[in-house]
Design a protein around this ligand. Sequence first.
Ligand code: MN
Length: 255
Amino acid sequence: MILAVSDVHLGYQESNRRDFLNFLKEVCKPLGPDDHLILLGDILDFWRRNNITVAIENQLIFKTLESLKSKVHYVVGNHDYTLITLKLPKSQLFDVRKTLRLEDNNIPYNFIHGYQLEALAIFEPLTIEEYESLCISLCQRTGDFIGDILSVLWDTLHLSFKKGDKRQKTIRAITEAPESRRDMQKVDQLARSSVRGLFLGLSRNERLVFGHTHRPFIEEDVANTGSWVDDAKIQNTYLKIEDGKMELKTFKKQK
Ligand SMILES: [Mn+2]
């Protein structure tokens, strides 16, 4: 069995962190050594707070992850991208990567957080690599940077904007919550389209699993894992893959 979960945003005040802890204890604890738990990015939120503070605050979650018998994988998102820079030995509690390929019932699955789709669909001419270097800068900022994104861009990418450049508005949207964004449907559109494989390097029958947009959905060969934040329309979802089938499930919300 494979379970995938994303966008818990631990460290963010609207994170349903207690529900996520209960999910680990109730749903993930019974998993066996052949099962996989995929943390599909933005589990931690380093954009809004100091990285170490967030990690220390959530020690209990790391402790619970450590106690699981299943394999645990961490696929980085844009809000926890700097985890990729950790030099973890193989014996650590999870491996950290940008993409993960796994098979279930001879069907290949590709797991990405999904910021890649956003870079492709919305932030052209930014490349995925440029978007990633921007994520490093944003993860390392601890103050309030809203409204300050253009100076971060300037420092990171040495871009220059002339007055009235439409890209300013587009790129500023990087720091807005998915709930308040109007252009996120472009990400879903690319994810659902048959050309996604060309841009993401997927093999022909490979299924895609991603998060990032906080809009869970499931189709025959693509699924979005949703989010665990209180400002999202649908909350506490995760994807279960077993016997060649994908299923979107919801974990109960504590009142
Ligand atoms: Mn994200």
